[in-house]
Design a binder for this molecule. Structure first.
Ligand code: CA
Length: 222
């Protein structure tokens, strides 16, 4: 899952990048509204964390422009304490959730998980595909109850595929959602990671759909 963080306070950015990274997300950071707006329009993010008080273009204006352009990515806004009118303006502009500064990182991560889950149409926090289970809160996966030992990239790959387990996912889509913008992206490396994931979860669980991409197969009882 790839997240855009639009935040001008370096301390908060640094802290959130680390926490989001530990939780298995890749993060791009924009330090002002202008760059944030541009990245949000040009890169495919799974969710956006948007501070409202930003240099160059304020957060509400950024959000309004995104929504006007048809962008439906879930957006969590960060507002100043007591800024109730900011919250109203943010929701009117198309925000999906908000947090008031200062906030606990754990709460932000919990809200983000809920946003991503709803956006992908999942009501349950635990993701399942046959007897394959993934817990986004603990960042752990099991097959038939047995814990899987996954590298962070393998975990991100499995998490993304389980979020979208009902359809075929192209290599391009995987590359766009598993790496941040600075990564030298080569869609051939995805094949290597798919191969490693197959070894760990069982080859029959990851089907290759010729010319289209990959699909997770539900094997075993949930
Ligand atoms: Ca700010």
């Amino acid at each position: 899952m790839r997240i855009l963080l639009v935040e001008d306070e370096p301390d908060i950015s640094r802290q959130l990048r680390a926490a989001l990274g530990d939780a298995g997300y890749v993060v791009d950071i924009a330090p002002d509204g202008e760059e944030g707006q541009f990245l949000g329009e040009t890169e495919p993010y799974d969710a956006v964390i948007l501070d409202l008080g930003l240099p160059k273009v304020d957060g509400v204006s950024v959000l309004e422009r995104w929504r006007r352009a048809g962008l439906s990515t879930p957006v969590l806004i960060l507002t100043a304490r007591g800024g109730w009118s900011d919250k109203v303006a943010g929701f009117d502009a198309g925000a999906d959730d908000y947090l008031t500064k200062p906030f606990h990182t754990e709460e932000l991560l919990a809200r983000l998980r809920a946003l991503l889950r709803r956006a992908a149409g999942h009501a349950q926090p635990m993701l399942t595909c046959g007897d394959l289970r993934l817990d986004p809160k603990a960042a752990r996966a099991t097959v038939n109850g047995e814990p899987l030992r996954l590298t962070s990239l393998e975990y991100r790959l499995l998490h993304y595929m389980m979020m979208h387990g009902d359809r075929v996912i192209s290599r391009t889509e995987l590359v766009e959602h598993l790496y941040d913008q600075d990564f030298d992206r080569d869609s051939n490396t995805i094949e290597v990671f798919i191969g490693r994931l197959r070894k760990k979860v069982g080859p029959e669980r990851v089907e290759t759909v010729r010319g289209l991409g990959y699909r997770l197969m539900p094997i075993g009882a949930a």
